[in-house]
Design a protein around this ligand. Structure first.
Ligand SMILES: Nc1ncnc2c1ncn2[C@@H]1O[C@H](COP(=O)(O)OP(=O)(O)OP(=O)(O)O)[C@@H](O)[C@H]1O
Ligand SMILES: [Mg+2]
Length: 363
C-alpha cells in the first residue's frame, strides 16, 4: 500500500500542501516546531480519521480557519483510490473516490498505517484506557466488523449507564434488554481481542529475540471473562451477581470497556515494574508484530510513520526497524538531523525540508 499523493488544506500550520511521494522512503527534515510531525499526523488522520496525539479534532484545523481537509491517493495492487477527510466545527465527513460515506466506520480499516512515536511508551506504562485504545485501533486495522461492534457496544453502554444514573425506579425488563445486547457484544469483542493477542504472541518472541537475543516475552489479555465455557450463561450470571450493586452505584460495573493488557518479560509484568528500556523494547516489538501480522496473515503492506524515533533508539533496535523497511514498505520519517538517519536509508530516500508549514526543499 503506497500513499502516492497527499494534499492538505488548513491542516495545523499548513495553509496548503500538495506532495507526491516515492514508494520507498520519504524523510521530513527541519528544526523544531516547523510542521514535520504535522505531516505524519495528517497521514494518520487520513487513515483513521483521528489524530494520534489529540482527541480534539478542531485542534487539527489551522488557527483562524473554518475547516481542514486531507486528501490522499492510495495505490494498492495497482489500483488508485482517493480518500478524503474533512473536519469542521460541525464534525467530520469522509469520502472515497469523491463519494461521501454516511458513516465514518465505513471508511475505516482501508488505509493501513502504523505510527511509531516517542509517546508510544504510554502504551506500556500508561493507563488501561491507553492500552485498550491501542489494541482497539490495531484490531480495527484488520477487521472492520470490530469497529462497528465496538461502536455499538459503546452506544449501548452509554444508554445503559444513563438509564441507571437518571432513573429512580428501574424497569428490570428494560435493563435486561440492554444487558442482553451488551452480553452479545462483550462475547464478540472478547473473542476478537483474545484471537488478536494469540496472533501477536505468535510473532512477539521471535522479534524480541532478534533485538535482544532472548525470547521470554508474552502479551496477556486481562479480561473480566476468565474462562470460555458457556460464555453466555457465565455472563448472565455475572451481571445478575452485580445487579444490586449496579443499582446502588448507578453505573455498569462489568464489561470489556474495563479490560486491560499486560506485557511480561522474563515472567515479570513490566507495565508497572519494567525499566524504561524494557518499555521501549516491548512497544517496538508490539508494533513490529503488528507489521508482521499485516504481512503474514493478511498479505498487506502497511505504511510506516516513524516520528522522531531514530534519535532515541540504539543501533540494534534501529537495524531491526531498517530490516522491516527493507521489506518493501513505504515509510515516512521525521528528524531534526539527517545524521541520525542510517546511510542505507538515506540512499533510498527523498528528503523534504520543512520550514514554518512549508516544504522549502525537495519538492
Ligand atoms: N491548529 C493549528 N494552527 C496553526 N498552527 C498549529 C496548529 N497546531 C499546531 N500548530 C503549529 O505547528 C507547529 C508544530 O508542528 P509539529 O508538531 O509538526 O513540529 P515538528 O516539526 O514535528 O517539531 P519537533 O521537531 O519539535 O517535533 C507549531 O509551530 C505549532 O504552533
Ligand atoms: Mg515532531
Amino acid at each position: 500500500m503506497i500513499l502516492t499523493n497527499l494534499q492538505l488544506k488548513n491542516f495545523r500550520n499548513y495553509d496548503s500542501l500538495d506532495l507526491s511521494f516515492n514508494k520507498k522512503i520519504n524523510i521530513f527534515i527541519g528544526n523544531n516546531a516547523q510542521g514535520k510531525t504535522n505531516i505524519l499526523e495528517s497521514i494518520y488522520v487520513l487513515s483513521l480519521t483521528k489524530s494520534h496525539r489529540t482527541n480534539k479534532d478542531p485542534y487539527l484545523i489551522k488557527k483562524d480557519s473554518l475547516f481542514t481537509k486531507i486528501i490522499g491517493t492510495i495505490n494498492d495492487n495497482d489500483n488508485n483510490t482517493k480518500y478524503e477527510v474533512l473536519i469542521n466545527e460541525n464534525g467530520k465527513r469522509v469520502s472515497i473516490n469523491d463519494k461521501p460515506l454516511k458513516k465514518v466506520s465505513e471508511y475505516l480499516s482501508k488505509i493501513n498505517a502504523i505510527m511509531f512515536c516517542p509517546d508510544d511508551l504510554e502504551i506500556i506504562k500508561g493507563s488501561p484506557q491507553e492500552r485498550r485504545s491501542f489494541f482497539n485501533i490495531s484490531i480495527s486495522g484488520f477487521n472492520n466488523d470490530y469497529v462497528r461492534y465496538l461502536n455499538e457496544y459503546n452506544k449501548i453502554l452509554r444508554t445503559r449507564n444513563e438509564y441507571l444514573k437518571n432513573y429512580e425506579i428501574i424497569n428490570k425488563d428494560y435493563l435486561d434488554v440492554l444487558t442482553n445486547k451488551l452480553i452479545d457484544l462483550n462475547i464478540y469483542i472478547y473473542n476478537e481481542r483474545k484471537k488478536y493477542v494469540e496472533t501477536i504472541n505468535k510473532y512477539l518472541s521471535n522479534i524480541y529475540n532478534d533485538i535482544t537475543g532472548k525470547t521470554n516475552i508474552v502479551l496477556k489479555y486481562d479480561s473480566f471473562i476468565e474462562d470460555e465455557d458457556n460464555l453466555r450463561n457465565q455472563l448472565e450470571d455475572k451481571f445478575n451477581m452485580v445487579y444490586n450493586n449496579e443499582l446502588f452505584q448507578k453505573v455498569t460495573l462489568l464489561g470489556i470497556h474495563k479490560d486491560d493488557f499486560s506485557i511480561f518479560i522474563d515472567d515479570v509484568k513490566i507495565n508497572n515494574y519494567g525499566s524504561q528500556g524494557q518499555h521501549r523494547i516491548a512497544v517496538l516489538c508490539l508494533k513490529l508484530s503488528e507489521i508482521k501480522i499485516y504481512e503474514e496473515e493478511y498479505n498487506k503492506k502497511p505504511i510506516l510513520l516513524l516520528d522522531d524515533i531514530f534519535s532515541e533508539l540504539d543501533t540494534t533496535k534501529k537495524s531491526n526497524i531498517i530490516k522491516f523497511i527493507k521489506n518493501d514498505l513505504q515509510v515516512f520519517i521525521t528528524s531534526t538531523d539527517l545524521n541520525n538517519i542510517d546511510k542505507i536509508i538515506l540512499k533510498q530516500a527523498d528528503v523534504y525540508k520543512i520550514d514554518n508549514g512549508k516544504v522549502v526543499e525537495g519538492e
